[in-house]
Design a protein around this ligand. Structure first.
Ligand SMILES: Nc1nc2c(ncn2[C@@H]2O[C@H](COP(=O)(O)OP(=O)(O)OP(=O)(O)O)[C@@H](O)[C@H]2O)c(=O)[nH]1
Ligand SMILES: [Mg+2]
Length: 342
């Protein structure tokens, strides 16, 4: 059997094991589109493939110098030091176990260990934690320009497609044009956008009123947009804490999802952002945007190494369908699409 098939089977097996232990979800988002993954991961896949090819060209035999090059490659691919160390250990163990001396065989071991590292010990869960019969609030936060507003529109489109009643709240009362930007998306989607009553209104009060309106109008899912905020601005982080608090006033179980948006092109600084944001709101998931614009797909592994927060959506382009529920199987296939490992 081909190497890739083997790897996918391993992933499926792990997933089946974890699914058995998984908490029940009312909404399981699982339909993902392989073509979008293939297209969106072209950059990362291309760079990863040539890095592996170069590695084999430069090192004819498996030795300390080759291991050092593998480590450099992983760091360069944005995997992060923690995950790199763990993956390196697994690669070295496997090389010893299989007694590999031919450098070309190491390629397969590297890919195998990278992805097995991602799936181990985790409940791979790309579902949104939505409950039927109540107004589910999804809070979306992140630093400036990472793709919060467009991701909200894409998620709304996705949920509308599933027949849900969705509305948006324009909680970014700070940036000029932010409310209008969200309202345009809402118009396109033919859904309600709850707006501030006056300029510069306190975002917590807009969100409070919006969530109240959504509850009264039996909306299934309400998506709250927020201003871009730098994680080191204490007053802005406190503002997010306040927003989280007012949502809880209606239902202590809300927000059902607090999603942090990270821009994949900014690399390791995403880790610092996730740490700071998780101190003010209990993050339940990450939306990793602009994966199509980076050649360093390894950020997925750095996130895995630092947090127990799942990547729920991945941004692979700018159209509605380019925001896809994150699926490790599709990710592996997309990244290694042009590899000839069978
Ligand atoms: N290529 C690509 N572009 C994206 C993706 N997601 C968002 N963008 C683009 O990123 C830019 C910023 O998106 P916004 O949604 O306005 O970002 P934001 O976080 O709401 O920005 P602020 O409200 O200013 O903090 C837009 O041009 C989007 O089209 C993605 O997955 N891939
Ligand atoms: Mg925005």
């Amino acid at each position: 059997m081909g190497f890739l098939k083997n790897l996918i089977n391993k992933i499926k097996h792990k997933r089946a094991e974890k699914t058995a232990a998984k908490i029940e979800k009312t909404t399981q988002i699982a339909q993902v589109d392989q073509k979008t993954f293939d297209q969106g991961l072209k950059k990362s896949g291309g760079v990863f493939k040539s890095a592996l090819d170069d590695l084999v060209k430069q090192h004819k035999k498996v030795d300390a110098a080759m291991l050092e090059s593998i480590e450099e490659m992983l760091i360069g691919f944005d995997v992060g030091t923690g995950a790199t160390m763990k993956i390196m250990q697994a690669i070295e163990d496997e090389i010893k176990f299989q007694n590999v001396s031919d450098a070309s065989l190491v390629k397969q071991i590297i890919i195998d260990k990278i992805f097995v590292y991602y799936i181990q010990d985790t409940i791979i869960d790309n579902g949104l934690n939505l409950k039927q019969g109540e107004t589910n609030v999804i809070l979306v936060s992140g630093v400036n320009g990472v793709g919060k507003t467009t991701s909200i529109a894409k998620i709304a489109h996705y949920l509308l497609d599933k027949g849900m009643k969705v509305c948006l709240i324009a909680g970014d009362t700070f940036r000029a044009g932010a409310v209008e930007q969200l309202a345009i998306w809402a118009d396109r989607l033919h859904i309600q956008c709850f707006k501030p009553k006056m300029a510069n209104q306190d975002p917590a009060s807009v969100i409070y009123e919006g969530v109240k309106w959504a509850n009264e109008n039996k909306i299934d899912v309400v998506l709250c947009d927020t201003s871009g905020r730098l994680q080191n601005k204490i007053n802005l982080m406190n503002e997010l804490k306040k927003i989280d608090g007012v949502i809880k006033k209606f239902n202590p179980n809300q927000p059902c999802e607090s999603l942090l948006v990270l821009d994949a092109t900014t690399g390791q600084s995403g880790i610092i952002q996730a740490k700071a944001f998780s101190e003010v709101t209990k993050l339940t998931g990450i939306i990793l945007t602009k994966m199509d614009s980076t050649s360093k797909g390894g950020i997925i592994l750095a996130i895995k190494d630092n947090f127990n927060i799942p990547v729920k959506f991945i941004g692979l382009g700018e159209t509605y369908n380019d925001l896809q529920p994150f699926d490790i199987e599709k990710f592996v296939l997309g990244l290694t699409k042009d590899f000839n490992l069978d």
